[in-house]
Design a protein around this ligand. Structure first.
Ligand code: ZN
Length: 307
């Protein structure tokens, strides 16, 4: 509840203030000198999101994170802060019995975990993957990608073949168009949960994908398992089945001769900044964040504007 959250914030020496004028590039701003965490006011930001943002922020302090030295460290810190928020909002002591019941009914679902604990689909998906290996007895994969198939977050311990660049980075790479995370965008199940089986170079996987349309561009969140573990999940009996031949096959990388002939020289894509741009960037303080804007915001607040 709200009271618990404020008590937890107070434990770390913070008060939480909701304000409508927070800079657009961030979800929260923390003033460590005055012990204040600012999050978006009620209008643009729902209570569920605000809770998880506050907890992720507290997580950074609870885990004593220093300013990240590079993008890898930024990602690692973000994963840890997410883990902290997930562990508080979806406690193991109540989540595990809930999931074991669902497993015995062969009706596991990230959506149910989300509804039961009043968290976002993404948070529920994270927490599900955290708990599954130890408590449910199988490995999982987690993916978040945008409508262009660019991966923003990825995790796996089930051997699913994620695309990687030469340095081994997964974030910023483009997913095979045959994967559920991409198919969901054009699926007739776009507004519910898209289930599918996908054959890959590492075997067949089953996954459930939810498209979050609340933001622009929409993002898709996938949780998946190996074929033999699909039977524990709602949606195991889906008839959707696709074949991915990436990274070596012809399903994504090659353009047909006909299309090449027609469009060569006539297509001029306007590239949108994506996380792979960030991956190549030297990090000053926080990637993608305008620190001047943040400092101006904090100065305005310290001078008592809007109080
Ligand atoms: Zn492909």
């Amino acid at each position: 509840s709200k009271g618990d959250l404020n008590a937890l914030a107070a434990h770390f020496g913070f008060t939480v203030t909701r304000t409508p004028d927070i800079p657009a590039s961030v979800r929260s701003v923390t003033d460590t000198r005055n012990g204040k965490i600012y999050v978006h006011g009620r209008d643009s930001f729902d209570a569920k999101q605000a809770r998880s943002v506050i907890l992720q922020t507290l997580g950074h302090f609870a885990l004593e994170h220093a300013d990240p030295k590079d993008f890898g460290e930024f990602l690692r810190q973000r994963v840890e802060a997410n883990y902290f928020a997930g562990a508080v909002l979806v406690p193991e002591s109540s989540a595990v019995p809930f999931l074991l019941d669902a497993k015995s009914d062969r009706n596991l679902s990230v959506e149910d975990l989300k509804d039961r604990f009043f968290v976002s689909y993404e948070m529920a998906g994270h927490r599900f993957t955290n708990l599954a290996t130890q408590h449910l007895g199988f490995g999982t994969h987690f993916l978040r990608s945008d409508d262009q198939g660019i991966i923003w977050k990825a995790y796996s311990n089930n051997g699913v073949p994620f695309p990687k660049n030469s340095a081994g980075a997964i974030e910023g790479q483009r997913l095979c168009r045959e994967w559920g995370t991409r198919q969901a965008f054009t699926s007739d199940a776009r507004f519910t949960i898209h289930y599918q089986y996908t054959d890959t170079s590492e075997g067949t996987f089953w996954c459930a994908t939810f498209v979050e349309t609340a933001q622009e561009p929409a993002h898709a969140i996938t949780v998946g398992v190996r074929f033999e573990d699909a039977r524990w999940f709602r949606g195991w009996n889906t008839e959707r089945h696709s074949v991915s031949k990436c990274p070596d096959g012809a399903c994504c990388r090659f353009v047909s001769e006909e299309a090449a002939e027609r469009w060569n020289g006539y297509a001029w894509p306007s590239v949108r900044p994506n996380s792979h741009v960030l991956a190549a960037m030297p990090v000053e303080t926080v990637p993608g964040v305008d620190m001047v804007e943040i400092y101006e915001f904090l100065t305005r607040r310290e001078n008592g504007a809007f109080d």
